[in-house]
Design a protein around this ligand. Sequence first.
Ligand code: AMP
Ligand code: DBH
Length: 546
Amino acid sequence: MSITYTPWPGSFAKKYRERGYWTDRPLLDLIENAPQENIAVICGERSLSYQNLCSQSKRLAVYFQDLGLCTGDTALVQLPNVAEFYVVFFALIRLGVAPVNALFSHNKNELTAYAKQIEPKIIIASNEHALFHDSAFFSTLSVSSKELPHVLLVGKSEWAESLENVLSSSTSTLLTALPSKAHDVAFFQLSGGSTGTPKLIPRTHNDYFFSVRRSTEICHFTAATKYLCALPCAHNFPMSSPGAFGVFHVGGCVVMSPSPDPNTCFELIERYRVTVAALVPPALTLWLQAAQLNKAALSSLQLMQVGGAKLSESLARQVPIVLGCQLQQILGMAEGLVNYTRLDDDFETIVTTQGRPMCSLDEVKIINNAGEDVAAGEIGELITRGPYTIRGYYKAPDHNAKVFDSEGFYHSGDLVRRNDNGYLTVVGRDKDQINRGGEKIAAEEIENLLLKHEQIMHSALVSMPDSMMGEKSCAFIVPKAAGHGMKSIMLRKYLRGLGVADYKVPDRFEFIDSLPLTPVGKPNKVVLREEIRQRLQSNSELDKTL
Ligand code: AMP
Ligand code: DBH
């Protein structure tokens, strides 16, 4: 049985095939068609050739097959930046088992929400994550009435099977399973979301493979590319824009970094002569500072890709001077559409825009509140459909009815301006989300958790400006009773106790008597954002006078 998703209408699918965008090949080709002797992944002191990656993922697929996993099943995966991430991904792909790849920063709250939606047959995680130090969390995961899933852990474990054991044990079983069909769901991407429940994004082999292939052309990736994977490897950006998958497609090499911290990364860049890196703006700021002292380490770096959140023009301008390499801006979304500045664009375009769509069949409209197209240079909401942009989230009919229109356009909630050359500049957002330096927080998710607190009557989460992160989060809290005695520290502890990922815990709490409301009675977040901006400003002016 294949996994359900909202398909592209037949006429669109036909067009995408006729253009050669959809090739009806499985993502497995990414590693199987590469020159097998080339090094695919460097991770710590280990180097894996494409042949290693293929054979290890095949061995693991046999193990999955023996467990009874088959096409149409799902897996919940949570791994840090290690080579095993790719071994596991391609092992699952071999059998047509579709993973959700949770971020390593995700916690009980997020993993439970994903497990509920996909009812995984297997969980593959790392003993480095506190949730998997023992079986306590796992045993809470009794998804529906079904049996608990299998568990496989990277690293030694006393309570679960270890991946290393599986890979080092021999088997005589033949792998008979096949990948799912190219027009079926290969895996799920994660949406930053704007609703109470994290949404899953079904990506097919056809659409994802195209986005990877086209990205490698735009970014000129070749077998000589050495790509530093410093952002969380499960994120759409380092996975596919062109990311590790783009590197695999051309037979290049991915160097895994445990974090984007400049000390760690500079050492890896110098040691392995890395040519391309991808960062979110806050990490870029740290690199620009560190490079003032150690530019020599970066001599091999040719391209710095920046995306995930708005990059300021002033930081953008520093990249070639301070890092000694070219800048590329990327406006992407796990739902599909990815915009790139091109390598041969003039410098002004590269520093003032977030690029243009990657192919001519990406349909992008910029619309006003009445749904009409705005003129070039005017601000409006970016809506899009195309050969690698989904037509619906997984099992979310109500939300889909809101964000996908009758013509299949995805309403991104991004406010942008398009210039005469088709380049987009992000100017704001019309969705209830905070973009904390590239990490997205759905306001409603946190508000709902806060509302479960016995002393809280109302809550509203809004963004506040931050010089390093671009935005941070501020929760306005209306207590049920005066003299409540609630403190920020208590609410942070409360949210952590519910197992919320750290980056979603509000950076600041403000206690107020009532929420300002819009004419229709919703919390007026425009007023709240302005309120916190003013409070921060008067605090910093106070600081200056002290
Ligand atoms: P997600 O849908 O969770 O994958 O997040 C994608 C969103 O991240 C986009 O819709 C934008 O809001 C934001 N984003 C990604 N890249 C950029 C960028 N270069 N500049 C500004 N916002 C960005
Ligand atoms: O933020 C994103 O989701 C993103 C940014 C850059 C993305 O999905 C991508 C490139 O592919």
